[in-house]
Ligand binder design. Sequence first.
Ligand SMILES: *[C@@H]1O[C@H](CO)[C@@H](O)[C@H](O)[C@H]1NC(C)=O
Ligand SMILES: *[C@@H]1O[C@H](CO)[C@@H](O)[C@H](O)[C@H]1NC(C)=O
Ligand SMILES: *[C@@H]1O[C@H](CO)[C@@H](O)[C@H](O)[C@H]1NC(C)=O
Ligand SMILES: *[C@@H]1O[C@H](CO)[C@@H](O)[C@H](O)[C@H]1NC(C)=O
Ligand SMILES: *[C@@H]1O[C@H](CO)[C@@H](O)[C@H](O)[C@H]1NC(C)=O
Ligand SMILES: *[C@@H]1O[C@H](CO)[C@@H](O)[C@H](O)[C@H]1NC(C)=O
Ligand SMILES: *[C@@H]1O[C@H](CO)[C@@H](O)[C@H](O)[C@H]1NC(C)=O
Ligand SMILES: *[C@@H]1O[C@H](CO)[C@@H](O)[C@H](O)[C@H]1NC(C)=O
Ligand SMILES: *[C@@H]1O[C@H](CO)[C@@H](O)[C@H](O)[C@H]1NC(C)=O
Ligand SMILES: *[C@@H]1O[C@H](CO)[C@@H](O)[C@H](O)[C@H]1NC(C)=O
Ligand SMILES: *[C@@H]1O[C@H](CO)[C@@H](O)[C@H](O)[C@H]1NC(C)=O
Ligand SMILES: *[C@@H]1O[C@H](CO)[C@@H](O)[C@H](O)[C@H]1NC(C)=O
Ligand SMILES: [Cu+2]
Length: 569
Amino acid sequence: MGAHRLALLVFLATLPQLLLAGTTRYYTFNVTMQKVTRLCTTRAIPTVNGKFPGPKIVTREGDRIVVKVVNNVKHNVTIHWHGVRQLRTGWSDGPAYITQCPVQTGQSYVYNFTITGQRGTLFWHAHVSWMRATLYGPIVILPKSGVPFPFPKPYKDVPVVFGEWFNADPEAIIAQALQTGGGPNVSEAYTINGLPGPLYNCSSKDTFKLKVQPGKWYLLRLINAALNDELFFSIANHTLTVVDVDAAYVKPFDTDVVLVTPGQTTNVLLLAKPDDGSPAATHLMLARPYATGRVGTYDNTTVAAILEYAPAGHIKSRPLLWPTLPVFNDTAFAANYSAKLRSLASPDYPARVPMRVDRPFFFTVGLGTTPCPTYQGCNGPTNDTKFSASMNNVSFNMPTTALLKAHYDGNTAGVYTSDFPTTPSEPFNYTGTPPNNTNVSNGTKVVVLPYNTSVEVVLQDTSIQGAESHPLHLHGFDFFVVGQGVGNYDPSSHPAGFNLLDPVQRNTVGVPAGGWVAIRFYADNPGVWFMHCHLEVHTSWGLKMAWVVNDGPLPDQKLMPPPSDLPVC
Ligand SMILES: *[C@@H]1O[C@H](CO)[C@@H](O)[C@H](O)[C@H]1NC(C)=O
Ligand SMILES: *[C@@H]1O[C@H](CO)[C@@H](O)[C@H](O)[C@H]1NC(C)=O
Ligand SMILES: *[C@@H]1O[C@H](CO)[C@@H](O)[C@H](O)[C@H]1NC(C)=O
Ligand SMILES: *[C@@H]1O[C@H](CO)[C@@H](O)[C@H](O)[C@H]1NC(C)=O
Ligand SMILES: *[C@@H]1O[C@H](CO)[C@@H](O)[C@H](O)[C@H]1NC(C)=O
Ligand SMILES: *[C@@H]1O[C@H](CO)[C@@H](O)[C@H](O)[C@H]1NC(C)=O
Ligand SMILES: *[C@@H]1O[C@H](CO)[C@@H](O)[C@H](O)[C@H]1NC(C)=O
Ligand SMILES: *[C@@H]1O[C@H](CO)[C@@H](O)[C@H](O)[C@H]1NC(C)=O
Ligand SMILES: *[C@@H]1O[C@H](CO)[C@@H](O)[C@H](O)[C@H]1NC(C)=O
Ligand SMILES: *[C@@H]1O[C@H](CO)[C@@H](O)[C@H](O)[C@H]1NC(C)=O
Ligand SMILES: *[C@@H]1O[C@H](CO)[C@@H](O)[C@H](O)[C@H]1NC(C)=O
Ligand SMILES: *[C@@H]1O[C@H](CO)[C@@H](O)[C@H](O)[C@H]1NC(C)=O
Ligand SMILES: [Cu+2]
């Protein structure tokens, strides 16, 4: 065979790989302090590249992302690529002390990962203490080149990122709360794309405006990057079509109101009304909390943005239309809304739901208390207690070194133990009157799973300090939400009603207030994976744990070696 022919054969053999390999996209995230004014209050806040919210990453399914994070602030920083699977690249996942030590002042670290089998919207945020209050931004994942959306092609694509604005330093707020044992001060405002909007004092110039052309389709990428609040969102006199959540397509459905918990994303299509000659109106887009905690423990204000039809500049006074949002504690709405979410489950986008379960788990999630350690008294629910939170009665203690490195080195003694309980230590009526002694302990405990174990976790809310909705987020995996209900989970009757056909696939699910949710996933990603409430205050109080997934037998089933610039503690 001639050399030319051989070269041609080699070329042809590598062609599909070249086509599949995707593009590598390089970014530098320079973390610096930046003065920002909102509500007539100026604060120097940590930002990425001076931007608030931070820069948007735009990528395609199959691409590689390489981000050099440079820390030029006095705080420790890590960045989490929320919802990105991080197949075998746990070193790039980002939660501090779980997969890496923080990037300290003056240091840098390169995150390097691919986007595999996901399309839609995710986001990045800091993952140490409450640094994500200002360090966050969108991740837009377009389909592979030449692959269409399974819905009308949008004329424009618009991230709508919800956040929270504090007039004080969020790091001081959580430090004070952990010190006194009480609930942290709540935010002063919610924001849309960093802007609180006209319903707050001294804020009307800081309003996000979406200008639309009549008759065109818009894809709104809703991201809840708020620290502590689930949000209802609605646009006056417009219906939204939900098409994708957490970077997985869903069966489209229409709704006037969307519910997004912290950690969740929702892509909605908005069809701008045709130009029928009627005078243009100003349509408010509003978001305000769905809150099940005690009144006074959350920010109950409303953020507004404006939907405006172009061209409209010449019209002086236009009617202002307000949408209707559910009441702040409408748990029935939350249950109905989440029941509408179904995987697209088409031949092109099948739902790979585990049909059998190797390892079933039952985890209680909820608040609790620990004794006040001082004689000065605490600000918990009583003056001799501090708030804490736990899963299966274990409040997670943050280690002082990264779990993933300890696991990789086989050097786990004194770092973590593998005895996270499969079920609560003492069964009780989880949604009834709690027992006097809730037996809350603490520790750095994990569950160890063999590669590719099929896992079911039933997450059961408790009413120990009041029933409350908890958006649970799992790193490293998407899971299927196969069932949910109110009251206590009953293993003898509830599984019969599970949806194993087209359950929604996502990375964050609201555990219903006073109810339960069942999720399933294959543990097909070796590494150490954090699971925690995405209400940041609950994470701070210990509502978190980790899964250790061992390597599989094949070379492509093993955790990659750590990068040479991995930070040390
Ligand atoms: C980061 O930003 C600061 C302030 O703008 C600048 O002085 C510094 O050179 C930047 N560093 C990098 C690595 O871009
Ligand atoms: C990113 O990871 C890939 C795969 O391990 C490697 O080939 C590449 O060199 C890395 N790039 C950088 C900039 O570290
Ligand atoms: C929290 O709010 C209280 C009451 O308004 C105030 O005294 C305290 O300084 C605030 N804490 C922080 C860290 O801003
Ligand atoms: C705006 O300021 C006025 C006067 O200080 C006050 O009464 C009102 O409660 C404030 N409104 C909001 C939304 O903060
Ligand atoms: C709402 O939109 C419809 C068209 O979709 C329009 O006919 C109607 O007048 C609008 N309502 C208001 C209050 O503007
Ligand atoms: C909202 O906050 C105000 C002021 O703190 C309070 O008076 C009111 O009761 C709250 N409303 C709800 C529904 O939580
Ligand atoms: C919602 O809050 C109101 C006012 O606090 C209360 O009367 C009502 O019972 C609550 N509804 C639910 C479903 O908890
Ligand atoms: C705690 O509250 C009790 C009952 O209200 C009171 O008697 C006691 O003095 C308080 N303790 C402290 C340390 O404030
Ligand atoms: C649990 O408590 C709830 C609320 O008090 C009650 O309705 C229910 O019957 C109790 N369940 C059991 C099994 O005791
Ligand atoms: C729980 O505490 C209450 C009030 O202190 C007491 O009346 C009750 O008997 C206790 N219940 C149990 C089961 O110990
Ligand atoms: C953990 O529990 C032990 C034993 O109850 C207690 O002494 C310790 O203070 C707790 N640690 C934390 C961080 O809560
Ligand atoms: C930053 O992280 C290092 C390593 O874990 C730790 O020793 C240090 O106390 C942290 N600094 C701050 C300001 O939290
Ligand atoms: Cu929670």
